[in-house]
Design a protein around this ligand. Structure first.
Ligand SMILES: *[C@@H]1O[C@H](CO)[C@@H](O)[C@H](O)[C@H]1NC(C)=O
Length: 214
C-alpha cells in the first residue's frame, strides 16, 4: 500500500499521464474523459457530454474475420468516458465453427455471457497442473476466465453464436498463443521452436509463414 502510494507520487512528479494510463483501480477523479487533443489528458468537464460515456450499435452486424469472429469493443479506445474506469466490454459474434485461438489477457479476469447460441469455453491452470476446465455454455449462461490464464473459446452451435465479455482492466491485453510464438517479429529461432514444440524445423518454418489472428 505504502509502496504504491510512493509510486503514484513519484509518477505524479514525473508526469501525471502515467497515473491515468498505468493504473486501473482507484481513480483520482470522478471522471477523466479522454481529451482527443492530448494523449492521457482529461477533457475539461465543461465540454464533457453524456455521449462521451456511451456508444451505440454494438449489435450492428460486422464482417467476420478469417477465424469466423466479429468483435466490437466498448472500451477506452472507443468510448472516451471509459478512460480510468478499469473496465473493458466486448460483444463478439461467431460464425458457425468460428473460434478464438488459445489466448490470455495478462492484466484482467474476464466474465463471458452467452447471448445467443452455444459456446465451448475453457481455461488451463498454470504449471505444473495444466488442468483444463471447459464447459459448453448456452444462451443465458455465464462463466469467468481467471487472470492471465490461457483460454479457449469456440462456437459449437449449428448456427452463429453471440457473447459479451467484460474485463476488469481498461487494457486487458490480448496474447494469442499461435501468433506470439510463430508470428513474432523478428521470428523466434526456428531450431529453438522445433525443440520446444517437438516439431520438425520445416514444420515450424511453415507455421512461421502463416497468417494469424488479426
Ligand atoms: C538458430 O539457432 C541455431 C542453433 O543455435 C543456429 O545454428 C541458427 O543459426 C539459428 N538460426 C538463426 C536464423 O539465427
Amino acid at each position: 500500500m505504502a509502496s504504491s502510494a510512493i509510486l503514484c507520487i513519484t509518477l505524479a512528479l514525473i508526469n501525471s499521464i502515467c497515473i491515468s494510463l498505468a493504473f486501473d483501480t482507484r481513480p483520482l477523479l470522478d471522471i477523466c474523459v479522454t481529451d482527443p487533443t492530448g494523449i492521457g489528458k482529461c477533457k475539461d468537464p465543461k465540454f464533457v457530454t453524456a455521449n462521451d460515456f456511451s456508444m451505440t450499435g454494438l449489435d450492428r452486424p460486422r464482417p467476420f474475420n478469417s477465424y469466423g469472429v466479429a468483435p466490437v469493443f466498448a472500451s477506452a479506445a472507443t468510448i472516451p468516458g471509459f478512460n480510468t474506469m478499469g473496465q473493458t466490454f466486448i460483444r463478439v459474434e461467431f460464425a458457425p465453427n468460428g473460434f478464438l485461438p488459445p489466448h490470455t489477457h495478462p492484466r484482467a479476469s474476464e466474465i463471458i455471457y452467452v447471448l445467443e447460441g452455444t459456446m465451448e469455453v475453457g481455461f488451463v491452470t498454470s504449471y505444473p497442473d495444466y488442468k483444463y476446465y471447459s464447459k459448453v455454455l448456452n444462451k443465458g449462461d455465464v462463466t469467468i476466465i481467471p487472470f492471465g490464464l490461457i483460454h479457449t473459446v469456440r462456437n459449437v452451435a449449428r448456427g452463429k453464436s453471440v457473447i459479451t465479455a467484460s474485463f476488469n482492466s481498461q487494457n486487458p491485453g490480448f496474447i494469442f498463443v499461435p501468433d506470439s510464438v510463430f508470428a513474432a517479429k523478428p521470428a523466434i529461432n526456428s531450431t529453438y521452436l522445433a525443440g520446444a514444440f517437438k516439431l520438425y524445423e520445416k514444420t515450424v518454418k511453415d507455421l512461421q509463414t502463416k497468417m494469424w489472428f488479426i
